[in-house]
Design a protein around this ligand. Structure first.
Ligand code: ADP
Length: 603
């Protein structure tokens, strides 16, 4: 234990301890009691001193009157003055002096003979002067002769005639001094008693209030530390209770406000985290203050983000540069940035500085992932280019052959028939292309009205084989159908499912060399029916397999176009199957064969 450390009730900075309120109150009691005892003692001392002095002065006056009367009776002769002064002084134990009107001392209790003759003139002494002027005088002063404070009272010998001289009686104020000394001793004693009593009383009386105040201080410091659960127990009816109630009310309101703030903060956080767009907030120095989950995800930012610069958090120089530009620029900014990585991302960032009273206090940035939009724009551009290209080839051929015919080609009948054939073939291809395009767009836009119902997979497969069988037989390909007799019906549009299977079988036949094998199998499970169309053909390279469902995608464009394909068959098949709430996948091994798998719901 640290013995030197003062013991405090309240937690205070190290090494310091506040005087407890109980002790403070006690100390004030002590000071008040001590001071009041000392002051009243002092006043009493002075009053008492004054009173005793007054009493002595009254006595002295009587003695002076007595001395005056005696001297007058003696005839008021100068020769008897000293004797009289000695006698009266002896009897009354007083110092009597008889002074002539000119201040010359005629008689004195203490002085005789030579000494009396040499004594200084008393005319200047205040009590003598006052007696000569007004008939009576009094003075109190320190006498070095007796080393004591003396009280002097002087009277005119003849009240009506100042020329008759003055009689003065004096006495040392030893009694007054002693009385005051005794009084001072008592005052000191009384002060001590008062101080001890005040200390005891203070300790007892202040304890209760001090404890209550300390409890309040304790609760207030708990509030300051964040514990708003603490409450002051309601007791009493005084100001401390009111203060306690106010503290409790304040804590209630604080709790409510903190709750509200917390709720608002959570709502804001949920809103920000629910956003698809990345949001970033920085302070005026560009340090991150807030970032949502989408931001973390888009930039693969390293946690924690707050308190770091964007470059440290996301390692994207363009982001750092954009934030700095936003803080510098008065107008909002829009930037597009490309994030390289496993998957390239294109971001459109909107940035703006936040101002308060004309001062930049931070910046806010919103990031939209426009990768998909840019990809779709690219797809659209490619699609337009592809369509134009696909249409131009047959049109060029038609125009070429038609012009040849026009410029004399008709004369050679055999050649003319061949040319017309070519024109017809290309026209047919144009029609196929346009029909496929229209079909695809109507399926994509949900305009191709599908009529789903229970459909037998076997029936549809047989129907498809009926369409493609000719081509397969021409290439001496073996076709087999392995569909269990009890296979449940699927929920599909019969004609559209047939269209898909025809397309798959047609492709299988086209991309399988002569003598190859093509199989259609089907099985049920988990409320679904899985159909597979397998061939032992050329297969599709793994790099290209992901693209076969794209429009106009052909593994080998020149060869496939010659084969009459539009490159739209699988795109149409995929959209049809999706419209029937099914899935279509492909797997393939180059030079070994390809399998297309369709999953549809049981009806
Ligand atoms: P097309 O009408 O030109 O056949 P598809 O959309 O049906 O267009 O097919 C797209 C491309 O996928 C084909 O050009 C071909 O390269 C490839 N393909 C489709 N089916 C097979 C298959 N069974 N074996 C090998 N390649 C295939």
């Amino acid at each position: 234990m640290d013995r030197d450390r003062p013991r405090c009730r309240l937690p205070l900075p190290a090494g310091r301890c506040r005087l407890r309120i109980q002790h403070r109150l006690t100390l004030s009691f002590i000071v008040v009691a001590g001071l009041s005892t000392v002051v009243s003692g002092f006043v009493l001392n002075r009053t008492m001193g004054r009173q005793i002095t007054e009493e002595i002065a009254a006595d002295l006056r009587h003695h002076a009157l007595l001395a005056r009367d005696l001297w007058r009776e003696e005839g008021g002769l100068d020769e008897v003055a000293d004797r009289l002064a000695d006698r009266i002084g002896e009897d009354l134990k007083r110092h009597v002096t008889i002074v002539a009107a000119d201040g010359h001392v005629l008689g004195d209790t203490e002085l005789d003979g030579d000494l009396l003759a040499k004594v200084e003139n008393h005319a200047s002494q205040p009590e003598i002067r006052a007696a000569l002027d007004r008939g009576e005088g009094r003075s109190q002063r320190y006498s070095s002769t007796v080393a004591e404070e003396m009280l002097y009272v002087a009277l005119r010998i003849d009240p009506a005639d100042p020329g008759a001289g003055v009689v003065r009686v004096a006495v040392p104020l030893t009694a007054v001094r002693r009385a005051r000394e005794a009084m001072t001793g008592r005052i000191v004693f009384a002060t001590l008693i008062a101080v001890v009593a005040a200390a005891l009383f203070g300790l007892v009386a202040a304890r209760g209030q001090a404890r209550r105040l300390e409890a309040l201080a304790n609760i207030a410091s708990q509030f300051a530390r964040g514990n708003l659960e603490a409450r002051v127990p309601p007791a009493g009816h005084d100001e401390i209770t009111d203060l306690g109630r106010s503290l409790n009310r304040m804590a209630d309101q604080l709790e409510e406000r903190l709750d509200l703030l917390g709720r608002e903060r959570n709502q804001l956080r949920a809103l920000l985290d629910g956003m698809v767009e990345g949001v970033l907030l920085t302070d005026a120095e560009g340090t991150i203050v807030l970032a949502n989950r989408a931001f973390e995800r888009i930039f693969q930012a390293q946690w924690p983000l707050t308190g770091r610069r964007p470059l440290e958090a996301a390692r994207v120089p363009a982001l750092q540069e954009a934030v700095e530009a936003a803080l510098r620029t008065p107008e909002p900014l829009v930037r597009e940035m490309v994030l390289s990585g496993a998957q390239e991302k294109v971001l459109r960032a909107s940035l703006a500085a936040i101002r308060e009273g004309g001062r930049v206090v931070g910046a806010v940035a919103v990031f939209h992932d426009v990768t998909e939009i840019r990809r779709l724009e690219q797809v659209r551009r490619e699609f337009v280019a592809n369509v134009s290209h696909e249409l131009r080839t047959p049109l060029t051929a038609i125009k070429g052959y038609a012009e040849t015919l026009k410029h004399g080609g008709l004369d050679d009948r055999e050649q003319a028939v061949r040319f017309v054939d070519v024109i017809d073939r290309h026209a047919q291809r144009l029609r196929d292309l346009i029909e496929d395009l229209l079909d695809l767009s109507s399926i994509e836009q949900g305009q191709a009205r599908l009529r789903p119902g229970p459909v037998s997979v076997r029936d549809v497969a047989v129907q498809a084989e009926g369409v493609v069988g000719e081509a397969m037989r021409a290439k001496r390909q073996t076709f087999s159908l392995a569909i269990p007799a009890d296979l449940p019906a699927v929920l599909a549009d019969r004609d559209r499912l047939a269209q898909v299977l025809i397309n798959l079988l047609d492709n299988a036949s086209k991309f399988t060399p002569e003598g190859g094998r093509i199989t259609v199998t089907a099985e049920a499970g988990n409320g679904q029916v899985r159909i597979a169309v397998r061939d032992t053909g050329v297969g599709i390279h793994p790099d290209q397999i992901g693209r076969v469902f794209e429009r106009f995608y052909r593994v080998d464009p020149s060869r496939d176009r010659r084969g009459g394909g539009t490159g739209l068959g699988l795109a149409i098949a995929k959209h049809l199957i999706l419209a029937m709430e099914g899935t279509i996948e492909v797997e393939s091994v180059p030079d070994a064969g390809t399998t297309f798998r369709i999953t549809l719901r049981r009806s």
